[in-house]
Design a protein around this ligand. Structure first.
Ligand code: ZN
Length: 459
């Protein structure tokens, strides 16, 4: 029997251990998509206790606790932080096979030096240990200790980027904290509060003006170090329409009338094409996140709002529209570097083949299949993403892992990913499917760990 999550966790062969310890471990981290607060980074936030760090905003943990039958009082309710931690420890202790089990224990090892297993019986010991340690740990220390070179937060086009500017001016902190441009609210023409949002962008009287303002905001983001944009959507829209038609849809919305589904799709297509061309012109990477159904429980949504652990994988047909959308940008040579993430793992092979149709000499892996996202962000999901990319695309050019997290402890996910990557590559070598070529293997491991991202995002 192997020891529980020891130094060689997930590394079953000699080659896998060599690749991981000698090539992957020394590599720093570029976290090109996360949801950390730049204000908390600038102010170097400290946390009073482990419940604040772990359960404060982590809807992955909330849904696991609910699945274990824990009352909402101990999840997001008014129970004390110690009581919530107890319920979390009891839940996690039996969550065999769930990625939270591994992530949480990697975090306990890496940041708190706890080598045991967290459960209801050990909760008090872990609570005391973590809280004592947290007195000497801050947001910036956690980032620096994790060897992060650069991270990209997720920001609205209307954001002043005040905190990013302050961080950039602070020479005592060497990590690049760059904004990412996420104009979901500007795309959301069907939303009830759309007109209120538009006011945040300024006086906007036409679609042409909206596109101009968004491009000006993008230029401002780029001046402040932005290298990547992000779009979250149920499915990628593609319904091209004439310019006059788009203007009419927008004018109707300005007058207070909601668009039909078809009109919303036409509007989104037009705006996404405008932005896609601008991303290409300015060298900004376009990320598309889709295949999601959000806020399934209206009851929980009414109480807690979005990001409350009530989303799911969707099965909206996306591939045909996605291919047509990329094709429209590619047609005029204006397809930017693009990363595709579908929450539906059934899309993996189709996505990688769509990507293959649009690759060019502009970049290694110009169109990328993003690392296993959200409900796929676990051992099985990562293996499926990596093997599909290898089989139908070019694994060596992969830009690799990101945390997509709101927590300063989540860098352990990069370690988890690198262990799985090295185990997979090692198994191919051990099985005679790929030569034991140290130089090539080093290039692949270092590339996927960090170097490919460094080149791809021009950091
Ligand atoms: Zn995200």
């Amino acid at each position: 029997m192997k020891a529980f999550m020891d130094r060689d966790f997930l590394l079953s062969t000699e080659t896998a251990r060599h690749l991981y310890h000698d090539f992957a471990v020394p590599m720093p981290i570029i976290d090109f998509h996360c949801h950390l607060s730049p204000q908390e980074i600038f102010e170097d936030r400290q946390f009073e206790n482990i419940t604040q760090v772990w359960l404060g905003g982590d809807h992955y943990k909330w849904r696991l606790m609910r699945s274990a039958g824990v009352d909402e009082k101990y999840v997001t309710g008014d129970a004390s932080d110690r009581e919530k931690f107890q319920k979390w420890a009891e839940t996690l202790g039996l969550a065999a096979g769930n990625p939270l089990y591994h992530w949480s224990h990697l975090e306990l090892r890496n940041y708190f030096g706890y080598e045991g297993a967290l459960n209801g019986d050990t909760a008090e010991t872990v609570w005391q240990l973590c809280n004592k340690k947290l007195k000497t740990l801050s947001a910036r220390q956690l980032i620096v200790n994790s060897k992060v070179k650069a991270l990209c937060t997720t920001d609205d086009p209307a954001d002043s980027l005040e905190w990013h500017k302050k961080i950039a001016e602070d020479k005592s902190f060497g990590v690049k904290v760059l904004p990412s441009y996420r104009p979901d609210k500007a795309m959301g023409i069907e939303k009830a509060d759309y007109l209120d949002y538009l006011k945040r962008l300024g006086e906007i009287g036409s679609f042409v003006q909206l596109a101009e303002v968004l491009k000006a905001r993008l230029a401002f983001f780029v001046e402040n170090g932005c290298r990547v944009s992000d779009h979250g959507m149920e499915s990628v829209p593609y319904a091209p329409a004439a310019a006059e038609q788009i203007e009419a849809i927008f004018q109707k919305r300005l007058a207070g009338e909601l668009p039909t589904d078809r009109e919303a799709k036409q509007f989104k297509t037009a705006l996404l094409l405008e932005l896609g061309r601008e991303y290409h012109r300015l060298g900004v990477v376009m990320q598309l996140h889709f295949g999601v159904i959000r806020d399934n429980s209206h009851r929980v949504f009414r109480a807690l709002g979005p990001d409350a652990g009530i989303d799911s994988i969707g099965d909206q047909p996306s591939i045909k529209d996605l291919a047509a959308f990329l094709g429209a940008l590619d047609d005029t040579g204006e397809l930017p570097k693009t990363i595709l993430y579908s929450l539906n793992p059934n899309d993996n092979a189709a996505l990688v083949t769509v990507m293959g149709a649009f690759q060019t000499g502009e970049a290694v892996g110009k169109v990328q299949h993003g690392s296993a996202w959200w409900f796929n962000d676990h051992k099985q999901g990562m293996l499926e993403q990596l093997t599909t990319l290898a089989a139908d695309g070019y694994l060596a050019g992969f830009v690799g892992m990101l945390t997509d997290s709101r927590s300063f402890l989540s860098y352990a996910r990069h370690e988890y990913f690198r262990r799985i990557l090295c185990e997979l590559l090692g198994s191919w070598v051990e099985n005679g499917e790929y030569p034991n070529d140290d130089k090539a293997l080093r290039t692949i491991v270092e590339g996927i760990s960090v170097k490919n991202a460094e080149t791809y995002f021009n950091l």
